[in-house]
Design a protein around this ligand. Structure first.
Ligand code: ADP
Length: 263
């Protein structure tokens, strides 16, 4: 009976993972289709100036989709996702174009990156997916437009800290806070927001997997995640990912550059 329970739990975990990947994959496909539609329109109008940019956008999304399927294959081969020392500021800065396209023209985007941000130990691809999912949720909560702020920071959380969930470890974290000026959540919705398959969106528009994937990512990374929301005012979701304590290896980036210069 115990083995059966274990098997059921395993199946549930696999279902959540693949569901989450399907969700992320679908987001990327939506981006690719959008770019292709824009290209079609421009071609019909005989206006070719922006086509290269749209092709670039489609290519970037397609590359992300390919990376996702690699992750799925890696999972099938039972290679656990490898956390690595990650610099959140350049990672988020590198997503600016993608985020602007995802948010559309009615949402203002502000990136507020802390100086001297610690490195965090996490899977950078999962962090990208988490930020993208949070931005999509924020966009959906601001149908009339609004403002999305992504803010990074160093956070020392003590045992008595209200930002620390029950059972979470006190310590040093890198915080990534995604806040919007949208509809906010009622206390009932906020209480269930992390549940797999919980969604308030119409059928076909929400899977209810975004926040549960983010919760899983935070816990797997030995970090945590906090929602603050006020109906009618907006929502802030903050990811706390553990500070990387080992010796940093920023040289790998620098030496890549050196090689490029020499070539
Ligand atoms: P989905 O977005 O597919 O519904 P999620 O797990 O990402 O799934 O979110 C679950 C629910 O939490 C959403 O349906 C929505 O009701 C609520 N929610 C999530 N993010 C926000 C936000 N930024 N503002 C308001 N409500 C939100």
């Amino acid at each position: 009976a115990e083995e059966q329970l274990l098997q059921a739990q395993k199946m549930e975990a696999i279902g959540q993972l693949t569901g989450g990947i399907a969700h992320d994959f679908n987001n990327l496909l939506t981006g690719i289709i959008g770019s292709l539609e824009l290209m079609q329109t421009r071609i019909r109008q005989g206006r070719f100036d922006a086509i290269e940019r749209y092709a670039g956008a489609a290519m970037a999304s397609a590359n992300r989709a390919a990376a996702l399927t690699h992750r799925l294959l890696a999972f099938a081969r039972r290679q656990p996702l490898a956390p690595q020392p990650t610099a959140a500021n350049p990672l988020i800065a590198g997503m600016e174009e993608l985020l602007r396209r995802t948010l559309g023209e009615r949402v203002e985007l502000a990136l507020v990156t802390a100086a001297d941000l610690w490195l965090t130990l996490c899977d950078p691809h999962q962090l990208e997916n988490a930020v993208l999912n949070l931005a999509i949720n924020a966009r959906d909560a601001m149908p009339e437009g609004g403002r999305l702020v992504i803010e990074t920071g160093n956070a020392r959380l003590g045992d008595a800290d209200a930002r620390l969930e029950a059972g979470a470890r006190a310590g040093s974290y890198v915080s990534i806070r995604v806040s919007d000026t949208g509809t906010g959540m009622s206390p009932e919705v906020a209480a269930r927001a992390f549940d797999p398959f919980f969604t308030t969106k119409p059928l076909g528009q929400g899977t209810g997997l975004g926040l549960s994937m983010i919760y899983g990512f935070a816990r797997q990374s030995e970090g945590h995640v906090r929602i603050e929301s006020e109906p009618g005012r907006g929502t802030a979701v903050t990811l706390y990912l553990p500070r990387h304590r080992g010796v940093a290896e920023p040289e790998s980036v620098a030496s890549d550059r050196t090689v490029l210069h020499r070539a």
